[in-house]
Every structure is written in C-alpha cells, then in structure tokens.
Ligand binder design. Structure first.
Ligand code: GTP
Ligand code: SPV
Ligand code: MN
Length: 608
C-alpha cells in the first residue's frame, strides 16, 4: 500500500513529515499479508541480511545476525523524557524532552537515505477490543517489519479500525546513518556504537522515538516501548495495570481452571513457565502469553488479564526438547532466529539445545565454530541472548481463549527472580498490599537480556525496573490504588513470591525447576481453593514442608532448605532495602510499603 491509500489525514501528514526529514528512497505502508512478509524475507535473503534455513529442517524460517554490539536492550540509552525529571523517577534515564527531540531530529535527518521507509500500523491486543491500543511504527528495517508481523496484529484491519481520525501511538524507528568518527573514513553505524543509540519515550505526548539499534525491545516498538513503558502511563491514568507478565491456564485433575500471571525479570523463566509440561499427573498448563499482560477489572469485579502479543520473542539458549518442547515446536517453522549458531545442513543450534553440535557450525559472529567440550571457556556458538520469533498459533499448548478481547480472570499473581540464596521456593502474601510490597522488593541476578548493567543482584520491582514509564514510587502507589479500587477485596488475585533458582553451596540447583514447577503451581492452586497446607511465618504464608510433592532427586533436607525462613538472610535483605533501595524513591515511596518493611523486620527479630 502507499501513503495515498490511507484515509486518516493526520496519520498521512505525520508519515509525510517524517519522510521529508529522513529522506528514504520510497515509502511503503504494510498490509500485514503473508505475501508481504514473504517478499520482505526474500528481499533480505537476496541482500545477504538473512540466511534461509533448510526447508526440510526449519520450513519458512531464516537466521539473522545482528551487529555484535547490538544484541540486547540497552538500558543506559533508554530514556523516559517527561517534562519534569521527577516524573521519570530514580529508575529511569532522563533528558529534557525538547532537548532530546532536537538531538534526535538531527540524527534522523537523512537517516533513511538509500533505504525504504516502512509504515507499520499495529494493534496491541485484538483489533477492535476496547482494551487494545493502536500504534504506528515507522522503520527502515525489514527485520523489524517481519518481527512486528509475527509479534503484533499488523496492517489493513488496523487502519480500518483507526478510520479517518482514530488515535494511535506514534513510533519512530531508524537503524540510523553512519556517523563520521574522525579517523574513520567510512563512519561507524550507530548499531555498532553505544553513544548514538536512543530509545526514547515521551510520556506526556505518548510518543516513542528509537534510533540506532535494530534489536528486539529497542526496535520492535510495540513490545517494551508501547505495551509496557507508554502503557504503564496510560494504565496509571485509566486505572489498570500494564505488566511484564506471562499468562497461563492451569487445569486440575478435576477439571477446575485457574488463570495465573507471573512477572519474572528478563531471561528468568516466563516463557518456560507459560509453556510448562507438568510432571504431576493429570494437571494441565496452557499458554496465553509469555511476556506481557494488561490487567483490568471486569464488570464482575474480578481482575482480568489480556494477552497483547501474537508471538513469542523467546530466549534460545537453554531451550531443549527436555526443558521446553512447546517452545521448540512453536519455533519449528515460520520462525526468525537471531544470533544463534548455523549447522552445515542449514539448521540452527545453540547451547543447551539438548544435543552436541552436529559437526562444524557457523557461530553468531558468522565465523566457523567447532565444539570443544574440554574447553569450559569456549565462546558460545549462540549469543546468550539469542532469540527465536515464533507465531503464537504454532504453540501446541496455546489456550483457546488466548485472544479473547476480555482476557481471563486471574486467581494468582506470581513475582520472582534469580536468587541463589535467602528467598524460599514460594511464599504467599497476606493480602494485596503485602503482595505489592513483595513485588516492590524483588531482586534478581542480572542476565544477558540487557547489555549494560553490572552483574550481581539488582532490585527489579515487579520485573518492571526497565519498563516503568514514570516514577517507580508512583507506580507502587498505583498498584496499591488498584487493590483499593476493587469492588470486592475477596475477588482480588492472591500474590506469591517464587524462586526457582536456589543453589547449593557448591553451586548446583537446589530445585530442578521447569516441569517440576508444576508442583508449586499445585500448591498455589490449593491456596486459591483454600485447601492448601500452610504455615504463617515472619515473611508471609508458606507451605508446610510436606505440602509440596517432592520431585525425584530432591531430599527432605533440600525441601527444608527450600521452604525455611533464613532469618539472618532476610534481615540482611531488610537492611539493604531500608538503606540502599527504598531511600531513592524519597517522598514517592508509599507509606504502606515502609510500614510493611518495619513490620517484617520486627517479626524477623521476634523469631530470632
Ligand atoms: P524474556 O523473554 O527475556 O523476558 O525472558 P523469560 O522470562 O521469558 O525467560 P525464559 O523462560 O526464556 O528463560 C530464560 C532462561 O532461564 C533459559 O535459559 C531457561 O532455560 C532458564 N530457566 C527457565 N526456567 C527455569 C527453571 O525453572 N529453573 C532453571 N534453573 N532455569 C530456568
Ligand atoms: C526482555 O528483555 O524482557 C525481552 C526481550 O523479552 S526484548 O524484546 O529485547 O525486550
Ligand atoms: Mn521480556
């Protein structure tokens, strides 16, 4: 389609103005069709940007390699440019919006020369649902268009929904133009250069401007930029929640259904939990979303979660037929692989795929790579944050209600992260306010999903630290307000804190995780039914040691370690929260959370 096919004058002008600035060779409006997707893939294969995989092994699939420095989100170059810095809060980078727009406008000038400008009308959530949000992304990257077609609803139906004057979130994206770097004649591409990337959000005007990265959350602007950072601002103003959460459907052997959402930081197990195959008999897990959920109250007073994406942008390494067969099957065809290894017969390979590399590979740098199992320090063939982009409809466990525009009523919300010690396998909050407190203090070991954050444990409240589009203290208050606004407190989901990542002193996993996490889901289900075996502790409500069926290889002592309260460890935790974490929020920290911290400390001291 061309710009002239668009009936929305405001949108047309917005596109034409940006084309005048960025000077592309041509402008193309995406219709979201299979034909369009195939022709863009063909274009990238011919230009050498993509490699077609063996159609017998991975039909309809391609491999991409990004610039070696452009392999994950870059939090240091991600900005919440609100008018006042205080409104961005202590967890976000901030630049005054007019200044940032001036800088970025200079960068966008002529940045699409020699390339096509694509216009992607997309909907987060089913087209036409009163809860969905429409965005229009302009990009000069075919990779972005193809990924957006898998991950969101793109094209004609979205334009029809917009009509002649409908509202959309405007999103600019350009991989950029080469920068003159003094001694460098040819210049350096911004994708290969940290200093000239900007992932910018303007919360007051609800705009997204991205420049200089072609990767995932930096470039597929429907995902983290719109569905989380801008959506958190909309959600605050409209009384709902936009969260970094999977949504799953749990069915008991008796056929009773409970919907559960879970927020874990990037690369901490959402895709795996959403697609889990239970190791306990006759329990069933089905998938609705593996990354993002929008939650709001239904007219019956229950909190409903809606899946907003149509695909999975999943972590490849560690995904095997043993750990997550449903993810592998989802990505067995019509999939875009990014930064994984390539086998001689045109298939993909990554660390933890479940079998040795079949001969010589080409690694994610495009270099020959031969597996050396004696060398523990061998650089991996696949980047640790390499990914597959797969259509949700290919997931064998996709729940039939995954695209229900009303969403599904939530019984339990889980928070969690990677914590080798202190945090038990599972505990339940006493109520919504206490659950908000638990969400606010979640910490996790840093993973490869972000490029520029020092390793170690960092607080990642509600798994949203990099994704809250305003002051995080106000976001905590919004969580508390959502709880208070419930028509009936007894209908609110129960909130849990889980940790699949406890380690033994010699660095082994104490809990086998993956399918065995179903044992924890069963206890959570029983808590919702009021039939669980529980014990009240200083940190919250926990399972008795015999309440959770033990997986093979887990001893009773292991179970005690997983389910006891480490008083000294928690006192250290309290100390860190009080002295290093909560103070940054200043007056924005809700008093209820400080009261709960004080209460936790006195209960821990009393139990010592
Ligand atoms: P994003 O897409 O970045 O938001 O990540 P995610 O939260 O969906 O994480 P994902 O499920 O892709 O898991 C990331 C890594 O954690 C993979 O290497 C998994 O193998 C590993 N992992 C997931 N679940 C478990 C578990 O229960 N135990 C252990 N030990 N590892 C797990
Ligand atoms: C994450 O980092 O949480 C992801 C991948 O899901 S990205 O799309 O890059 O944000
Ligand atoms: Mn994520």
């Amino acid at each position: 389609m061309t710009v002239n096919d668009i009936k929305h004058e405001g949108l047309k002008k917005w596109i034409n103005d940006f084309a005048a600035l960025t000077k592309p060779d041509s402008v193309y409006v995406c219709d979201g069709s299979k034909k369009e997707y195939d022709s863009l893939i063909d274009k990238m294969v011919s230009s050498g940007l993509a490699i077609r995989l063996n159609p017998d092994k991975k039909p309809g699939s391609v491999l991409f390699r990004s610039d070696p420095s452009d392999v994950a989100r870059v939090e240091k170059r991600t900005y919440i440019a609100s008018e006042k810095q205080e409104d961005a809060g202590p967890t976000n980078n901030w630049i005054e919006p007019h200044e940032l727009k001036k800088t970025m406008t200079e960068l966008y000038k002529g940045s699409m020369k020699g390339r096509t400008m694509y216009v992607i009308p997309f909907s987060m959530g089913p087209v036409g649902s009163e809860f969905s949000k429409i965005g229009v992304e302009i990009t000069d990257s075919e990779y972005v268009v193809c990924n957006m077609i898998i991950m969101t609803r793109v094209g004609k139906k979205v334009l029809e929904q917009l009509g002649t004057d409908g509202y959309y979130v405007p999103c600019y994206h350009s991989v950029g133009k080469p920068l003159s770097k003094g001694e460098s004649d040819n210049g350096i591409w911004p994708c290969a250069d940290m200093e000239h990337k900007y992932i910018a959000h303007f919360p007051e005007t609800r705009e997204i401007w991205s420049y200089g990265s072609g990767y995932g959350g930096n470039a597929l602007l429907g995902k983290k930029c719109l569905a989380l950072r801008i959506a958190t601002v909309l959600a605050r103003d409209e009384g709902w929640l936009a969260e970094h959460m999977l949504i799953l459907k749990l069915t008991s052997p008796e056929g009773k259904v409970r919907y559960i959402t879970a927020a874990f930081p990037s690369a901490c197990g959402k895709t795996n939990l959403a697609m889990l195959i239970p190791t306990i008999k006759d329990w069933k897990v089905e998938t609705l979303s593996d990354d993002i959920a929008w939650l709001r109250f239904g007219s019956d007073g229950r909190l409903y979660a809606m899946a907003v994406e149509t695909g999975f942008f999943g972590v490849a390494p560690g995904t095997s037929m043993k750990s997550n067969p449903n993810a592998l099957i989802s990505a067995s065809k019509n999939t875009i692989f990014t930064n994984v290894g390539l086998t001689e017969d045109g298939d993909v390979w990554w660390e933890g795929i479940g079998y040795d590399a079949p001969g010589k590979l080409i690694d994610w740098h495009g270099k020959e790579w031969i597996q050396d199992k004696n060398n523990k320090d061998q650089a991996p063939a696949a980047h640790p944050n390499s990914r597959f982009t797969a259509p949700a409809v290919q997931c064998p466990t996709l729940a039939k209600e995954w695209d229900d525009p009303k969403g599904v009523p939530v019984s339990a919300i889980l928070f969690g992260g990677r914590r080798p010690s202190t945090i038990p396998l599972v505990h339940m909050s006493r109520d919504w306010t206490h659950g908000t407190f638990l969400g606010s203090i979640v910490g996790s070991e840093v993973t490869a999903a972000t490029l520029d954050v020092a390793s170690g444990i960092r607080r990642d409240p509600m798994a949203m630290k990099p994704f809250i589009g305003y002051n995080a203290g106000d976001y905590f208050k919004h969580w508390l307000d959502v709880g208070k606004s419930a028509k009936d407190q007894s209908l609110l989901p129960k909130i849990f804190y889980v940790n699949w990542f406890r380690k033994t002193d010699d660095g082994k996993w104490l809990w086998p995780g993956y399918g065995d996490n179903s044992r924890v889901l069963k206890w959570i289900f029983e808590c919702c039914e009021g039939t669980a075996k529980t014990v009240d502790t200083p940190i919250g409500i926990m399972p008795t040691v015999d309440a959770i069926d033990r997986p093979e290889g887990v001893t009773e002592d292991d179970m005690k370690a997983l389910l006891s309260v480490d008083i000294d460890g928690w006192l250290k935790e309290v100390n860190d929260i009080r002295n290093n974490y909560y103070p940054q929020f200043g007056d924005h920290l809700p008093k209820e959370l400080m009261d709960l911290l004080n209460n936790l400390e006195s209960r821990l001291r009393a139990a010592k």
